[in-house]
Ligand binder design. Structure first.
Ligand SMILES: *[C@@H]1O[C@H](CO)[C@@H](O)[C@H](O)[C@H]1NC(C)=O
Length: 332
């Protein structure tokens, strides 16, 4: 019975032409697609993506209706048509390696001369480059590592030079990273140390996918001699390192949709894991907003995401999201 009905429907549809697809919030959908240069292969794919976008849009709106309770707000962004699975596969590619923990040059120790001001923002001291965009390449680890090295170099030389993530993506593979399929900052640092340097962003520009290694010694603009680890989970040590040394590379659990669509305020989520790390960023400062202490973290998802590309992560809340679970910085 059903199959006969189906055949009739199909024949009718063929006779009439393409079935009309009904999109909800059609204009908003068009606008969003244009804004993020989205195009889909087939009508069916577009319809599927539209449904994902719709459910993300509803999630964002419901969160924002309760933004006072959450303490932060969300916004639709370029990640809006991705399923949770796609988001994790493409973006949450940071990979911890347990074998590295004893391999750092040293573990950070707070020295008696160190003081921690109430607020620190390395952007105001010329130690932070502009927000970058990793695109579809799962290499947050490269952006995190280069962000920390850009800061350390700038503070040592007085010159802020954007460094090449592409150099790391292409060339740290033999050391254990996986190009656009993930890796970690320890291995990125290990590569720069072994390689005696890393090229500038200008000389080795970002391509958004893994290619063969074309590092050129004459274009090297920064180097490092070792990497320093923050004691697992110590936000006190992380604070001292950020205040007294400079930007610090960190990994977090970024798997919640609240993080994915973060827009402003202090991101504070009880659902965040302290040990399941999957995304890397750079801590470029810290402060207090109202009565909420936060870490200022530089992300690599463009300026449309978060507060002009930055996120304020809850601070001194039991190592929330694992902010101090894999923190490290270069020594020059
Ligand atoms: C840490 O050192 C050990 C011993 O040399 C080595 O086997 C391991 O691969 C190193 N880990 C990383 C991530 O480099």
């Amino acid at each position: 019975m059903y199959s006969i009905a189906l055949v009739i429907v199909c024949v009718l549809a063929t006779a009439i032409g393409q079935p009309t697809i009904h999109y909800e919030f059609k204009e908003e959908w068009q606008l969003w697609k244009n804004q993020h240069s989205k195009s889909y292969q087939t009508e069916l794919e577009e319809l599927e993506k539209h449904l994902v976008w719709l459910s993300n849009k509803k999630y964002i709106e419901l969160h924002n209706a309760n933004a006072d309770t959450f303490g932060f707000s969300l916004a639709m962004n370029h990640l809006g048509d991705m399923t949770d699975y796609e988001y994790q596969e493409k973006y949450l590619t940071y990979q911890n390696s347990n074998s590295k923990s004893g391999n750092y040059t040293k573990v950070f120790q707070r020295e008696p001369w160190m003081t921690d001001p109430e607020t620190v923002d390395w952007r105001t001291k010329g130690a932070v480059t502009n927000i970058k965009n990793q695109g579809d390449c799962g290499a947050s680890y490269a952006f995190s590592a280069m962000g920390a090295l850009e800061g350390a170099s700038a503070l040592a030389t007085g010159k802020l030079i954007p460094l090449s993530e592409q150099n790391i993506i292409d060339c740290s593979v033999p050391y254990g990273n996986h190009g656009c399929k993930g890796g970690n900052m320890y291995i990125a640092f290990k590569y720069v140390i072994a390689n005696d340097g890393v090229d500038s962003e200008t000389s080795y520009p970002y391509g958004g996918k893994q290619s063969s290694c074309t590092y050129k010694t004459q274009n090297s603009v920064a180097s490092m001699s070792g990497s320093i680890q923050i004691k697992y989970g110590s936000e006190t040590d992380l604070e001292a390192a950020v205040a007294n040394n400079g930007p610090v590379a960190v990994a977090i659990d970024g798997s919640s949709n609240a993080f994915r669509f973060y827009f402003s305020g202090v991101y504070d989520s009880s659902r965040c894991s302290s040990s399941y790390l999957n995304h890397a960023m750079v801590i470029t400062g810290y402060g207090i907003s109202g009565d909420q202490e936060y870490w200022l973290a530089k992300n690599s998802w463009g300026t449309n995401w978060g507060e002009e590309g930055y996120v304020k992560m809850a601070r001194n809340k039991y190592n929330q999201c694992g902010i101090a679970s894999d923190a490290s910085f270069p020594s020059l």
